[in-house]
Design a protein. Structure first.
Length: 184
């Protein structure tokens, strides 16, 4: 299972925890030429795109350079504020993630590592070593079966129902210090 986002889905994390492995292959090539993640909004899932430098889109995902010509950081901050501003724990974590963005990591690999180092301890994942694994890791599919899916409260779930396959920050902003209990 390749990594397809700086903020992978909750299910991606569940599979990694089950495998007790956070070995990430930086040389994997994802099928996407854009980099995105999904958040839960009142209208349903919203995809946020991190723009890439055109010449690096065909490189392995970790080496794809991030473009800062477009003001994506401000757009993502606004989208997260709109989607999660009323979530119980947004204000406890948002500025930590935004600080990583403001440091402008050069490529997706750096952005993934830096954001993971910020959010993993809050998710109860500080004990799992995050490392580059040079060989292909064979794992389960990202999408878990419906009987294994664990719902959790989301900001707009009373209006639109539970949205699966959202970014890990959805879990963090909605559960905060209770997020580690999601893995139990």
């Amino acid at each position: 299972m390749f990594i397809d986002s700086v903020f992978p889905s909750v299910e991606w994390y569940s599979n990694r925890i089950e495998a007790q492995s956070f070995g990430i292959n930086p040389n994997e090539n994802t099928p996407h030429s854009v980099h995105h993640y999904q958040i839960a909004t009142a209208q349903g899932p919203q995809t946020l795109i991190i723009p890439l430098v055109k010449d690096t889109k065909n490189q392995p995902w970790a080496y794809r350079k991030i473009s800062y010509q477009h003001k994506w950081i401000k757009e993502h901050q606004n989208a997260l504020q709109t989607a999660y501003g009323k979530s119980p724990f947004f204000e406890f974590y948002d500025y930590k993630i935004f600080q990583v963005w403001k440091n402008k990591p050069e490529n997706l690999g750096e952005l993934f590592i830096q954001t993971a180092q910020v959010i993993h301890p809050y998710l109860g994942l500080g004990h799992l070593i995050l490392e580059w694994a040079e060989s292909e890791i064979k794992e389960k599919q990202e999408k878990t079966s419906p009987e294994n899916k664990k719902n959790y409260p989301q900001v707009f779930s009373d209006v639109i129902g539970f949205l699966p396959h959202m970014s890990i920050i959805d879990l963090l902003f909605n559960l905060g210090p209770e997020a580690p209990e999601h893995w139990i």
